[in-house]
Design a protein around this ligand. Structure first.
Ligand SMILES: CC(C)(COP(=O)(O)OP(=O)(O)OC[C@H]1O[C@@H](n2cnc3c(N)ncnc32)[C@H](O)[C@@H]1OP(=O)(O)O)[C@@H](O)C(=O)NCCC(=O)NCCS
Length: 206
């Protein structure tokens, strides 16, 4: 959930790019979705989703060629400070991407990012994916604090984060430049004791 500049794009061309069903092994299963490690061959799918105007605006994706995204995913596979996942429906249909990045095991902190394909939004999948990701981060890693940053106007992300238990901690005023003007960025956080206090089945119980 970072912010920077954006890409121009064609959403329609990408709305159906997520229809390929895969039978890949998943890492964790939520109530509605499962997470599988992102692989280099997912670059095209991700490139299409990142070209959706809403995602490009909210996440701040700089337009880069598919080859650069492939190379970055390849580099990140060996990067010990981030883990990227494809979000899958139970039948294996890939519907989005999420990641735990900036993992700092000295401070016990990390950031999260999340994006769903346009045709799969508003169905509760994002909250389920985010809960599953927090289960992975707190259940498998010695982290104490998860943080997410998003435009203060991104109602969908703010709603998703609130439903997954994140607290609104503050606003980084005028923190990013986009479409010719400055934007405020909301900072949200979830601490380990707050995650422990959540009364819901964990991903490994589902
Ligand atoms: C943010 C995003 C992942 C949310 O996905 P989603 O599938 O629509 O989310 P959900 O259906 O799980 O809904 C989550 C909550 O947000 C609310 N919400 C979703 N979209 C909303 C919108 N456009 N306006 C207001 N509230 C919205 C839902 O009502 C729900 O609230 P509830 O749990 O209280 O019922 C998705 O919109 C997206 O990929 N956006 C582009 C990328 C992006 O902004 N990423 C985030 C950070 S920078």
């Amino acid at each position: 959930m970072t912010t920077a500049a954006t890409a121009e794009s064609d959403a329609d061309a990408n709305a159906d790019a997520d229809d390929t069903v895969t039978d890949r092994p998943t890492t964790l299963r939520g109530r509605l979705v499962a997470l599988a490690p992102l692989d280099v061959d997912d670059a095209e799918l991700l490139h299409g989703w990142r070209s959706d105007p809403t995602a490009a605006h909210e996440i701040g994706i700089w337009p880069r060629p598919l080859s650069a995204l492939r190379a970055r995913i390849e580099r990140d596979v060996d990067n010990s400070d981030r883990d990227d996942f494809l979000i899958l429906l139970p039948d294996g249909t890939p519907v989005g991407h999420c990641a735990v990045f900036q993992q700092d095991f000295a401070d016990g902190s990390a950031e999260l990012e999340l994006m769903l394909a346009p045709g799969h939004r508003r169905r509760g999948l994002a909250v389920d994916a985010l809960r599953t990701l927090t289960d992975l981060a707190f259940g498998e890693l010695p982290l104490h604090r998860l943080e997410a940053n998003t435009h203060t106007t991104n109602a969908a992300a703010l709603g998703t984060l609130a439903s997954a238990g994140f607290t609104h901690e503050g606003v980084r005023r005028s923190a990013c430049m986009h479409r010719g003007r400055r934007h405020d960025v909301a900072v949200l956080g979830l601490l380990r004791p707050e995650w422990e206090a959540q009364d819901r089945p964990r991903a490994w119980d589902v």
